[in-house]
Ligand binder design. Sequence first.
Ligand SMILES: NC(=O)c1ccc[n+]([C@@H]2O[C@H](COP(=O)([O-])OP(=O)(O)OC[C@H]3O[C@@H](n4cnc5c(N)ncnc54)[C@H](O)[C@@H]3O)[C@@H](O)[C@H]2O)c1
Length: 433
Amino acid sequence: MFLTLGQYFELFVILVALVLTAVFLKNIGRIVQIAGIVTITVANLIINIIFGLVAGRRRHRRHKKRLNDFNNNAPNGSTIEDIPEEQEVKNQETDEMSTLEWLSSYIINVITTAWECMVLLVLSAYYVTETLILSVTPTAFRSQKSLKHKVVVITGGAGGVGQELAVRLATIKAKVVIWDVNEKAIENAQERFKKENLQIYSYVVDVTNKKSVEKTADVVKYEVGPVDVLINNAGIVSGNTFMDLPDDMIEKTFKVNVISHYWTIKAFLKDMIHRGKGHIVTVGSLTGLLGTYKCCDYSATKFATVGLHESLLTELKTHGHDNIHMTLVCPYFINTGMFDGCKPKNMAMLQPKDVAKRIVTAIRLEEVFVTIPSFARFALPLKHYIPAKLAWAMMFRLIQGPQAMMGMKSHQEEFTHEIVQKESNGGTDYLQF
Ligand SMILES: NC(=O)c1ccc[n+]([C@@H]2O[C@H](COP(=O)([O-])OP(=O)(O)OC[C@H]3O[C@@H](n4cnc5c(N)ncnc54)[C@H](O)[C@@H]3O)[C@@H](O)[C@H]2O)c1
């Protein structure tokens, strides 16, 4: 949302007001507190009126000038409707609005904004306090939703993180379904599940193939039941610098890492909306928050998952689907083989078991955004606030990201022989392992 100068000033006043309110709260007591809030509201209204009047007048004058220019310069016989842009101006013009109408609509606007600001003030105090309290409360004391008998679909469920997720979820009695394109990996995973006495359903499916996704989703609904949790976890990385990225590899990475999320979400969201409950989990990456060397394709797909997560969350909330939860998890390097050859300087790679544990906790706590480790959530946005040159210096000297990624193994060869351009019904390409 773009704010006007007035609104920025308003926000500043609200911030100052928050601080003042805190001081009032601490030292002077309830009466002064109320007086403080009333003063802030009045100040808010006055600021709104002043800035709004100035902006409104300026807009009004601009419109009028454009109309005058048109009237003076229009070719003979043409009307204002002949020129689309001017038509728009005419439709929007404030000239015909009486000053009284304009003022009353403006006052309504001011009152609405003031009300929204008040609500926001109360909500900020509430949410900030809630977050502070929850962040110091040990997880064991927080209420976690039960996943017992819930149907959970994990894409890429035969791989490193996916398999650990399956085991952990099955251990807490969820009905786990894994999808993977790699048949051999599914067989190996099933051997482990049997040894650990866990019943986990598995399906060979390529998530980039929309038709296969739709078909397998129907089979799962029929054989296992309606899906409560979808974990979009399947992912690949090629591990090349930009100039060495083959075109088909770029496309493939986008298809697996992000486009497939559209097919899987489409396959299950309708039912979730119908049932009034559900949970969609996106396994992103810290490279989806900070671009990295040898990750021009991978990192871009992970940034895209952040956009998908945030936008869909907005849509669900706007339409009142508050019981369909969304969780985005962005982990650091995990020791699964995906980033073999990388030598991170400051922190050892995470273990897939620990990542799976954190993801399950995030689902049970219905967290919206999680980074692993958690401090990354506060550290990474710094890049927007410091000079770009300093951001680069920190990346190169402190984080040493490029140096760490130099030795990363390329997965290109193992993927190129697997890319089969196959016409499958709609002519979608898909992978054959
Ligand atoms: N390994 C890391 O360092 C790391 C870091 C951050 C985020 N992640 C993300 O975590 C997720 C899991 O990664 P991982 O480390 O367990 O990788 P992994 O390679 O061990 O597992 C990925 C699984 O996805 C499957 N898969 C690939 N393409 C598929 C397709 N088209 N259809 C269905 N399944 C497909 C693979 O067969 C594999 O079993 C990925 O989304 C990855 O991007 C990984």
